[in-house]
Ligand binder design. Structure first.
Ligand code: FES
Length: 188
């Protein structure tokens, strides 16, 4: 294995980058692993495009880095204080991935803060709270979302199609852990 500067190991992604094979995806993977190595978990979890990285089935080291960051940043602190309820609330096991094999919007976790959406080979978790004033959204038959409070609507990808909401629905970080879908619920 190659070594650089301060003796840190060069991974296969870094070798790829060094050989000119750097893509946006490789770059994102490198960034995830770098932030994980530095212990900057909060920054890692706020990284732009992280949801796209994790739904695209990244290499195991990247998955592990995201999962470890979620654990440390979100779960470890409440657990260290014996607050199991808070820890559970923030990292939710949405069950076996097989449960989401068909295209559609799955509403089983709406009250806990997210919809699971399968479209082809993509599986994402979208916040189930309206970005206007956090009312719970309703999934429509056409897979769009409607807010009964003031009438905002969002398309199936979470993009605002009618106000007063102005922000799109955030995709929540997800990870495949031993065939289960884990979702990190944020306050968004
Ligand atoms: S809370 Fe959804 S439109 Fe106001």
């Amino acid at each position: 294995m190659l070594r650089i500067g301060s003796g840190s190991a060069v991974t296969s992604d870094e070798q790829l980058a060094a050989s000119g094979g750097l893509s946006a995806t490789n770059l994102a993977h490198l960034r995830v692993k770098r932030l994980a190595r530095l212990g900057r978990d909060g920054e890692l979890l706020r990284m732009a495009g992280l949801a796209d990285v994790v739904v695209a089935n990244p290499p195991v080291p990247v998955k592990d880095a995201v999962l470890a960051a979620i654990y440390t940043h979100t779960v470890a602190e409440p657990l260290s204080q014996g607050d199991l309820a808070t820890a559970r609330e923030k990292l939710i096991d949405a069950g076996p991935l097989n449960n989401y094999a068909s295209d559609g919007v799955y509403q089983g976790f709406r009250d806990l803060g997210f919809f699971v959406i399968r479209k082809g080979d993509k599986l994402i978790a979208l916040s189930s709270y309206c970005t206007h004033q956090k009312c719970e959204l309703k999934a429509e038959r056409d897979h769009s979302f409607y807010c009964r409070c003031h009438g905002s609507t969002f398309d199936p990808g979470g993009k605002v199609t009618e106000g007063p909401a102005t922000r799109n629905l955030p995709a929540l970080p997800t990870i495949n852990q031993n065939g289960h879908l884990l979702v990190k619920v944020t306050g968004t």
